[in-house]
Design a protein around this ligand. Structure first.
Ligand SMILES: [Zn+2]
Length: 109
């Protein structure tokens, strides 16, 4: 854990600017033409199949944007390292690639 933490903080998901409508019916955001609220910086993230959104202050958005970029970069690096290792394994000549039949491993999710 210390090893992975040394990389620094990374934030999954994405930060987007969103304009929104509120709930009150007499508001200008529901007029014609509508004048929406915002744009607000919003952090959006999938968590266990559920979309989580959180409105950020401008300061938070500026602070967190690099962490989202760092997360992207880290994931890209892990994917690259994985495919490199997989192709090295394939190149090592062992032809005993087994098809997984009925014995599926429990993924724990
Ligand atoms: Zn409104």
């Amino acid at each position: 854990m210390a090893e992975i933490k040394a990389i620094g903080p990374v934030l999954p998901g994405s930060i987007v600017e969103r304009s929104t409508r509120c709930q009150s019916s007499g508001c200008h955001c529901r007029a014609d033409p509508p004048r929406l609220h915002g744009p607000y910086a919003t952090w959006m993230h999938q968590e266990g199949g559920r979309q989580v959104t959180r409105t950020l202050t401008q300061e938070e958005a500026e602070r967190l944007r690099p962490l989202v970029a760092a997360d992207r970069r880290l994931r890209a690096l892990v994917a690259e390292l994985e495919s490199l290792t997989v192709s090295e394994l394939a190149a090592s000549g062992s032809e005993t690639t087994q098809r997984v039949g009925k014995t599926r491993r429990q993924s724990g999710i």
